[in-house]
Design a protein around this ligand. Sequence first.
Ligand code: SF4
Length: 484
Amino acid sequence: MNSIGIYIHWPFCEKKCPYCDFNSYVKQNINPDEWVNSYCKAIDYYKNYIIKRPIETIFFGGGTPSLAPVYVIEKIINKLYKEYVIHPNIEITLEANPSSTESAKMKDLKRAGINRISLGIQSIRNNNLIFLGRKHNVNDAYHALDIIANNYDNYSFDLIYGLPEQSLDDWKLDLETMLPLAKYHISLYQLVIEPGTQFHKMWLNNIIKMPDENQLADFYNLTNEITIKNEFRHYEISNYCKIDKESKHNLRYWRYQDYLGIGPGAHSRFYNYTKISDCININDINNNIISKNDINNNIISKNDINNKNTDFSTRIATIDHKNPEKWLQSVKKYDHGINDIEYIDCDIAKKEEIIMKMRLLNEGIEINKCSISDSVLKELKDLDLIKIQKKYNIYDKNYGKKDKKNNLCTKLNFNKKENKNVINVNNKISNKIIASNSIKGNINNKILKIDSMHDNEINDDIFYIMVTDRGSAVLDFVIEKLIK
Ligand code: SF4
């Protein structure tokens, strides 16, 4: 059955950073018991919606969830394990800042069930950290990273670039220093001036001056060049990883898959499969993943199961109350924190899907899923902003290294003949590859790897629209054209 991800929003921070437009608040006297009870109640509320869909990812974001007492995180994880089906390879991520109190909790958080940390380092220069209004300094950042690396196999950290007065040389040095410390994954964000933030006011009043578009393009290109040299793959506009080490939870957003968001301001997108069998595989019944009781109780009817072509599903979008107090009151009164619920029609869903999927540089969107005119596709293709190809990406063992002519090896694009060879290497598959497998093969003495395609089956006949490197630098323009 289709899996689902859970996002838990902890809305509190020690201090509001001047660039931040997240739903975060600085508040004293938080009552952790009241919060944990409310999260658990809201988790119960969704039981009927997601029946027995396995939870594949849990993500604690915020705000700063590492400031919450460990028992709050632990109780929420235990509640989800108790009430839902849990995917055997579940990824449970928690966002953290590098303060000493948060670093001291890392071992206990691991015991509580967290298996991935996303650390907000942002810069390895104290002057930048002061400018960004961060509470930590560079020593705190290295200390936190050291503790995390000693306790977690899977972790990531964030750095921000495109700061006023930042030089390309400084950024190059920072990246070269930090990439060797990023084991599998790193997020590299451009500083964006968001309306409503303190930086926005300062920018309007000319107190801060941001780099222009050309300078930002130089930062972006340099970032991509150095990450490739360090064998990191650029898989999403701001995210880079070693093969197979994408953030599983964030991939759910970008692949437009289902997730439930719980907590102040959290969003959800999911298909309501209650009384619906569109997603149900008959093997699930044979393998007892779906119980006969469900069928007898008409949660799933036999007709639904037989009628595979019937689309009973409804895509639902929810948003919880933004204000923490209102969210708590809503949960107390109605058992959920939802402020707005919307049933998304097909057209909107298609547009949302394009917006999200085009962020994935190696995946894009199936061409037959969007009714984009040939002339728009041609225009974008002629401008070298998109490419249209099969989804497979085969990586050479020399990925990230330079050849004799000093050219950087990036990736080998899909080639049907090679692909058939790869498929033959693995006996388990015939003409399709089940997503979550990464397949290694030894063909013509070259070690090749097929990019993993988690949760999707790959069809040999489908072409995908993908953004090119050039297009990724002007993604908003590309998307605007595609969804018009
Ligand atoms: S710590 Fe993170 S969430 Fe909190 S204000 Fe700063 S940037 Fe925003």
